[in-house]
Design a protein around this ligand. Structure first.
Ligand SMILES: C[S@@+](CC[C@H](N)C(=O)[O-])C[C@H]1O[C@@H](n2cnc3c(N)ncnc32)[C@H](O)[C@@H]1O
Length: 218
């Protein structure tokens, strides 16, 4: 099983954010669950939560192991943690056919290729119910300007490892999201210069109306 020290540091602030934003008994699809620590922790803390973890094939075995070991006992009342799905955002056929009230993804947009981020947005829009939320946690730049020295250094480190990785531009993500009917509703500052970008799925007609709005119009 994988273990992420970062998950241990950020899980409490993210939990507080989920308490503030998710509806009761929310049905949530998590994209890029990684070690599964977030999935287990949130289901231990939030009564009634219905959480669907997922990741690419490489991560699936370790993720499934954690969910099997830690995800069945000790959950909050009424919470359910499903066996993980294989989901690479670039593979349209892997997106579930089911609808969710929220899609959550932490620390994924800087790891996936830049070209995959619009696929994440399009897939999330397709599986969200009208009114549902997309929550993207992680470091982001604004207009390609680093919002903190630590994020600039992290970006350089990622690109030195693999030029397809890198901290993404929140303004570009908002603009791409709008084209899929995902309206930016909040940009929440999180510890260690991270943020959570929150979007709400609007219906087709409304999506057409909002598509022309400037990215920072929320
Ligand atoms: C740094 S890990 C974050 C894992 C976990 N969410 C966390 O916060 O600890 C990045 C995750 O993004 C996932 N990822 C990268 N590219 C992806 C893609 N194309 N589709 C789905 N997940 C992807 C990786 O498999 C990995 O689980």
């Amino acid at each position: 099983m994988q273990f992420s020290p970062a998950c241990e540091r950020n899980k409490l602030p993210i939990l507080q954010l989920l308490r503030d934003w998710l509806p009761a008994n929310a049905r949530v699809l998590e994209v890029g669950s990684g070690s599964g620590q977030h999935a287990v922790f949130f289901c231990q803390q939030l009564a009634g939560l219905q959480w669907q973890p997922s990741d690419r094939a490489d991560y699936l075995l370790g993720l499934a192991e954690r969910i099997a070991l830690e995800g069945q006992a000790g959950l909050a009342p009424g919470a359910n943690l499903a066996a993980p799905l294989e989901l690479d955002v670039d593979r349209a056929e892997q997106w579930p056919r089911q609808r969710y009230q929220a899609v959550f993804s932490a620390n994924t947009t800087h790891i996936m290729a830049a070209a995959s981020v619009p696929q994440l947005l399009a897939g999330a829009a397709a599986v969200l119910e009208t009114g549902g939320l997309l929550l993207l946690y992680g470091p982001f730049h604004d207009g390609d300007q680093p919002t903190a020295a630590t994020n600039a250094a992290f970006d350089a480190h990622l690109r030195s490892l693999d030029p397809t990785m890198g901290v993404r531009d929140a303004l570009a993500i908002r603009s791409q999201a709008l084209s899929h009917g995902l309206v930016p509703v909040a940009d929440v500052a999180m510890p260690a210069n991270n943020r959570t970008l929150i979007f709400r799925r609007v219906d087709g007609v409304a999506a057409g109306l909002v598509a022309g709005l400037p990215a920072g119009s929320f």
